[in-house]
Design a protein around this ligand. Structure first.
Ligand code: ATP
Ligand code: MG
Length: 696
């Protein structure tokens, strides 16, 4: 073939959308517009639900780009990846594809990106692995055991409590002693021991090259605060920082933002103190109220017009939140009329509640509401079990958000542990998990193996050099072979899927031995493989799973959101920031919502109230709150009185709702002979007869 000159590259043009067609004044009200076009310096938008905070932020991103700020120098921090994605695709409709280059995502994902980039200059090797909460608890357990705690007579905090206290300490900056006094008075006497365990945990993390969720934020803050040169480089990346849902950030995140904006103070945050629902992660609504203190000269915008809900819905939600003990944002109003007051539905029991919800969903659907415009919200993931069964039986498609247990399942974590030791041979938690799976290897051998690997500085061949006791020889050989094969494999495009196939060649039989019914678990692993195949490399896959695990069954299936018309079932936490045409809040029972655990603590009860506010403010046109009268106390939380309507629906709230009682379907004619008259003595006593058989 003759020498062809190399082809000329034809660059794609940036897709821009003509801006004169846009009339800002028609799309935003005056306050929103002023906020969107705000110039330099700190800006706080603090306002109630549905007042257009998120919308204003989208317009602000678009405005900045139009004004000539480079999209990649804008950082948009949101609560989920999904939220960032949605906001940027809305911005794209306004200013075209340039908005794709905006840096967006969660605090944790952004921290992760920066640590990969700048960590090596801060003493953090590039190939660290991320531990999720479960891993962090396991490592805490290893630290606790290695110091000999947990064997005493006295009750000592468990790994989960230790991790919680540790994380709370970092995120709230409260001293450990104080956290113990406030939340774990029974452990105050152990406070020195607990701090020793934390020290051990921390040094184990660094020896094993592991990073936990808190580190992602803490290290980010420390790079900004403790190294002027690193701080300059990191701050230099962004000209504008914008944050949605600011009420759910904590002190550590506020510190990060202060660090990021030390040169320009171009920070915009939006939020609603009445929707702060993440105190268990150390968030506090004070943080948003303190914004003007952290960022002097902040301009503050308050919005009071709600654009989401009809007035009857707002009447109810305004009343619910008016009972809060502390609140900054104001009562909302709307121009959206409407005559249909929200429904308060009293069902006889769970079955009737389920049947009502399904029937009403079908009715709305027949009237033209797409299923994906309808959501059922629950306080906790398990509360939708009965509904999910009924929807499945009746062939109504749904997707579930939040409370997804897939990635926490032991068998999924097992397979991931194999991938993780490949990625980071020092990952002690994953090693221990794998070793304990292997037939013939118990705790003693597993620990001996890990010690010998540590002695060889965790070099990749350390494992195969271990000389196992006879009992463990086969298992050792099998595992060493697998690891060698996987390490040697040369794969095209990622190949995480193929890695999983190899791992399963060893693991599936272990799994079948362990469980009586292995099929559903094997199906989970098939699913994991499908997900894995979409990632370019093992490290990207592992980081994504740890940081932004799929949050809905839809994400898992890999489908895009708009394709399917499916009902949404969501926890209230995962419904934050969203809206639907019709919303059902089910299980409005005291002890369930508010949850029984929150009932003796004023702060927690207040947070549950805000959760109820978040739930009910998701509705545009139809809102129904349902509760069953008879709750059979066979489920969790039996220490509450049953059959009581949630205290948040007090008389004042109920007065603004309409009572609805589902009717039973017409009873079928009685089968068989005529019923016996009620007063008749029983013909026989079956129980007595049975007792008689055993001489009772
Ligand atoms: P939340 O507190 O629940 O996060 P929010 O304050 O972020 O709510 P948005 O989600 O931005 O509110 O807006 C609520 C709804 O109102 C959206 O459908 C949005 O498009 C619409 N909306 C907001 N402002 C306007 C406006 N000026 N004109 C028309 N629609 C608006
Ligand atoms: Mg919002």
């Amino acid at each position: 073939m003759p020498d062809m000159p190399s082809p000329r590259l034809y660059p794609a043009r940036e897709r821009t959308v003509a801006s004169p067609a846009r009339d800002l004044a028609a799309e935003l009200n005056a306050e929103q517009g002023a906020a969107a076009t705000h110039g330099e310096g700190p800006l706080l938008i603090i306002a109630g639900a549905g007042t257009g905070k998120t919308r204003t932020l989208v317009y602000r991103v678009a405005h900045l780009i139009e004004r000539g700020v480079s999209p990649e120098r804008i950082l948009l921090l949101t609560f989920t990846r999904r939220a960032a994605h949605e906001m940027l695709s809305r911005a794209e409709k306004l200013v075209g594809s340039a908005s794709k280059r905006v840096q967006g995502g969660t605090f944790h994902a952004t921290g992760h990106r920066l640590l990969r980039q700048f960590g090596p200059d801060a003493g953090l090797p590039k190939d660290f692995s991320i531990m999720d909460q479960g891993d962090a608890e396991d490592l805490m357990q290893l630290a606790r055991a290695s110091l000999g705690y947990g064997k005493q007579e006295k009750r000592f905090p468990k790994k989960e409590s230790l991790h919680y206290i540790y994380s709370r300490h970092l995120n709230t900056e409260k001293p450990v002693e104080q956290i113990l006094q406030q939340e774990y008075a029974q452990f105050v006497e152990f406070s020195r021991d607990i701090v020793r365990i934390f020290a051990e945990y921390t040094s184990r993390k660094s020896e094993r090259n592991l990073v936990d969720y808190d580190d992602l934020l803490l290290f980010w803050a420390m790079m900004l605060e403790q190294s002027p040169s690193l701080a300059d480089r990191i701050c230099g990346l962004y000209d504008h920082v914008l944050v949605d849902e600011y009420q759910d950030t904590n002190l550590l995140q506020a510190r990060i933002l202060r660090g990021l904006c030390r040169h320009h103070a171009n920070i915009t945050v939006v939020g609603d103190d009445a929707q702060s629902i993440y105190s268990f992660r150390g968030a506090h609504f004070r943080n948003i109220l303190d914004f003007p203190k952290h960022f002097p000269n902040a301009q503050i915008v308050a919005l009071e017009q709600n654009y989401r809900s009809t007035q009857p819905i707002l009447d109810v939600t305004n009343t619910i939140i008016s009972r809060a003990l502390e609140r900054f944002t104001k009562t909302l109003w709307t121009q959206r009329g409407g005559t249909d007051a929200p429904w308060l539905v009293t069902a006889r029991d769970e079955q009737q509640q389920t049947r009502f919800v399904v029937d009403r969903i079908l009715e709305l659907h027949e009237e033209g509401t797409p299923l994906k415009e309808i959501a059922v919200l629950v306080r906790a993931g398990y509360m939708s079990a009965d509904l999910e069964i009924e929807l499945t039986n009746r062939n109504i498609p749904f997707e579930k958000w939040g409370g997804l247990k897939f990635l926490e399942a032991a068998h999924v974590k097992d397979v991931l542990a194999f991938l993780r030791v490949l990625e980071n041979p020092r990952d002690e938690v994953s090693w221990y998990r794998i070793l304990m799976l292997m037939p013939g290897i118990g705790d003693v051998t597993a620990r001996a193996m890990m010690e010998s690997m540590a002695d060889r500085s965790w070099d990749p061949d350390a494992f195969s050099h271990f000389v196992p006791p006879a009992r463990a020889r086969d298992a050792h050989r099998g595992l060493a072979d697998l690891i060698r094969r996987l390490r040697g494999a040369r794969r095209e495009d990622g190949g995480v899927g193929e890695d999983i196939d190899e791992i399963r060649a060893l693991y599936d039989s272990i799994l079948s031995e362990r469980y009586d019914r292995s099929e559903p678990r094997l199906a989970d692993l098939d699913q994991l493989r499908v997900i894995a195949a979409g990632y370019p490399s093992r490290s990207v896959f592992l980081a994504a799973l740890a940081l932004e695990p799929p949050s809905s069954t839809q994400d898992l299936a890999g489908g895009s959101e708009s394709d399917n018309d499916a009902l949404v079932i969501s926890t209230v936490h995962s419904a934050k920031g969203k809206e639907w045409d019709a919303v059902f809040v089910i299980w409005a029972v005291d002890g369930w919502f508010p949850s029984s655990r929150s009932m003796d603590d004023e702060d927690q009860l207040e947070e549950e109230r805000r959760l109820m506010y978040v739930a009910t403010t998701r509705a545009r046109n139809h809102l129904a709150v349902t509760y069953p009268l008879n709750v059979y106390a066979t489920r969790r939380g039996q220490d509450y009185s049953i059959d009581q309507l949630s205290r948040f629906l007090d008389r004042g709230v109920r007065d603004k709702m309409q009572r609805v009682v589902p009717q039973e379907p017409a009873a079928p004619p009685p089968a068989g002979g005529a019923p016996l008259p009620a007063s008749t003595e029983p013909a026989i006593d079956l129980r007595a007869l049975l007792r008689g058989r055993f001489g009772g």
